[in-house]
Design a protein. Structure first.
Ligand code: MLC
Ligand code: AMP
Length: 505
């Protein structure tokens, strides 16, 4: 039973003829289809020699079939490793060498570049999966039998590895167990009152915790259905929301919906729950949304390493600007970042989390795991916040040097390292400043070696092939020198003030 897939089967078995996925064109994948297709893919993987514990890495455009690959991976006891399609070949090179997958699945269009990369690195198998289910993977799986005995797993064995960048150096693979994912999804089903009658509008990417584990696992655990968009599409969302009972999104989804006059209370009269997370939802958007629709968005707080930690209540006040209460079974404490001493209610400090939701550790980086997990099992999130007198958690900042742009994380250190290497650059600082659509926008401030030695356009162009597009600075400023404090450290806070209005208006 601890295999997460078996938890799903228990929930959806009475619903085999019902849709799991409805595409915008009306076509469906029923639970019976899901079970048969994942059985075929599982047989294919086993026939290729893929074993429990092996990694199956995947960088594909969003598709329902991609979710079937995730589920088949679980069924054979292998480890799902999804990668953002925006990553460049340079970024992929690192992930493939670090994770040493047994199989890499890419989109057919990328095969000419990524097939040879896999051969060079020594990845044993490469297959393709296109947006429409085309490609070699499903073609080969089609010849396999549908019945497959899902492999038993211990609850602390790995189900997935999701890479997160770090404040220094290399990206780290967060290792998530079957129980991390299963326990968290079960808690959320109860807390957010999901039932088989729910219809979720799914417009998030499926390579991150939010769209993959929170949204999809909840639906699988209730035998409900999702209307599944192949990409973020505001027109389609407005068209489809009247058929939905619930939606999950990053704050940008909500501010974009509000930008449309046709987004009204009447349009969403059958929706019972809007959930926001992955980045701070501004109190202003929360209030405007309530005024427009009568719905208080339910904001929750999570991380790749911990799944979901806290949530505003289903019943009761959903407080703008707060991420709510610790989830049942999850402990959250606020500590002094230096001494690790727990702080009193109301005091601002490091947010630490402990519970069945917290990951097993970083892939092949025991020293990094030890740095971020305390001996008593609490994980140091890098987020800073406090509890109010009613027990609501407020996140007031981040101790980690991280930018969250449209719900996607950008670590300045990674971008700075690439810019610092460029000709004519003395040094640079990459900062996040307020962005009306994305929450924070990435800005690079560069000190030139000599007047005219570097140009903003050249820097932007040089990053095109090396860095995923969402990480690239939207604005580049070239200056004579960067502000420093008495210790000689670049003053990023000062730069954030100077460039605060860069995206205004
Ligand atoms: C796209 N672009 C972005 C961007 N998304 N730039 C900065 N930040 C982003 N988030 C760039 C593209 O590279 C492109 O650049 C241009 O913007 C237009 O691209 P697009 O694909 O048309 O953008 P769009 O579809 O509008 O996407 C925006 C978005 C998307 C906000 C809908 O980024 C999104 O779905 N974000 C959600 C991310 C997510 O799921 N996060 C959860 C992490 S899990 P160019 O230069 O090519 O024109 C987590 C834990 C938790 O954090 O608690 O949930
Ligand atoms: P990721 O590494 O992509 O999982 O991003 C996790 C980070 O997103 C957290 O450490 C927080 O900084 C941030 N985050 C997630 N949810 C929220 C939220 N509701 N409010 C503020 N920040 C959030």
């Amino acid at each position: 039973m601890p295999n997460l897939y078996n938890r799903f089967v228990e929930a959806f078995a009475p619903r085999l003829g019902k849709p799991f996925i409805v595409r915008p064109d009306g076509s469906t994948i029923t639970y019976a289809d899901l079970h048969a297709a994942t059985g075929r893919i599982a047989h294919l993987f086993v026939s290729m020699g893929i074993k429990p514990g092996d990694r199956i890495a995947m960088q594909v455009d969003k598709s329902a079939e991609g979710l079937l690959v995730y589920l088949a991976t679980l069924r054979i006891g292998a480890i799902h490793l999804p990668l953002n399609p925006a990553y460049t070949a340079r970024e992929l090179d690192y992930f493939l060498r670090d994770a040493e997958p047994a199989l890499f699945v890419c989109s057919p269009a990328n095969e000419p570049v990524l097939g040879p990369l896999c051969r060079e690195i020594g990845v044993p198998h490469a297959m393709t999966l296109g947006k429409a289910g085309d490609g070699s993977l499903l073609e080969a799986a089609g010849a396999m039998p549908a019945d497959f005995a899902t492999v038993d797993m211990a609850s602390d064995e790995l189900a997935a590895i999701l890479y997160t960048s770090g404040t220094t150096g290399r990206s780290k693979g967060a290792m998530l167990t079957h129980d991390n994912l299963g326990s968290n999804a079960e808690t959320l089903v109860d807390l957010w009152r999901f039932t088989r009658d729910d219809v979720l509008l799914h417009a998030l990417p499926t390579f991150h915790t939010h769209g993959l584990f929170v949204a999809t696992n909840i639906i699988l655990l209730t035998g409900a259905r999702m209307i599944f968009l192949p990409a973020f599409d505001l027109d389609a969302m407005i068209r489809l929301l009247p058929r939905c009972t619930t939606m999950m999104g990053v704050p940008t989804f909500y501010s974009r919906l509000l930008s449309r006059p046709e987004f009204t209370q009447e349009l969403v009269k059958d929706v019972r729950l809007f959930v926001s997370g992955s980045a701070p939802l501004s109190a202003e958007v929360h209030r405007e949304f309530s005024a427009r629709t009568g719905h208080a968005i339910l904001e929750r707080y999570g991380m790749t390493e911990t799944n979901m930690n806290s949530s505003n209540p289903y019943d009761g006040d959903r407080v703008p600007g707060s991420v709510g209460f610790p989830l049942p079974g999850v402990e959250i404490r606020i500590t002094d970042a230096e001494t690790a001493t727990p702080l009193a209610q109301g005091e601002i400090g490091m947010i630490e989390v402990r519970g069945p939701n917290v990951f097993k550790g970083y892939w092949r980086m025991p020293e990094k795991t030890a740095e971020e997990k305390r001996a008593d099992g609490f994980f140091i999130t890098g987020d800073v916040g406090s509890f109010d007198e009613r027990g609501y958690l407020f996140i007031s900042g981040r101790q980690k040097d991280l930018i969250i742009s449209g719900g996607l994380n950008v670590y300045p250190a990674e971008v700075e390292a690439l810019i610092d290497e460029m000709a004519g650059v003395a040094e640079c600082a990459v900062i996040g400043v307020p962005h009306p659509d994305l929450g924070e926008g990435v800005v690079a401030v560069i000190a030139a070696r000599a007047p005219g030695s570097v140009e903003a356009q050249t820097v932007k162009a040089a990053l095109t092939d090396t860095l995923a597009s969402f990480k690239r600075p939207k604005l580049v400023y070239v200056v004579d020198e960067l502000p420093r404090n008495a210790m000689g450290k670049i003053q990023k806070a000062e730069l954030r003030k100077t460039y605060a209005d860069s995206f205004a208006g």
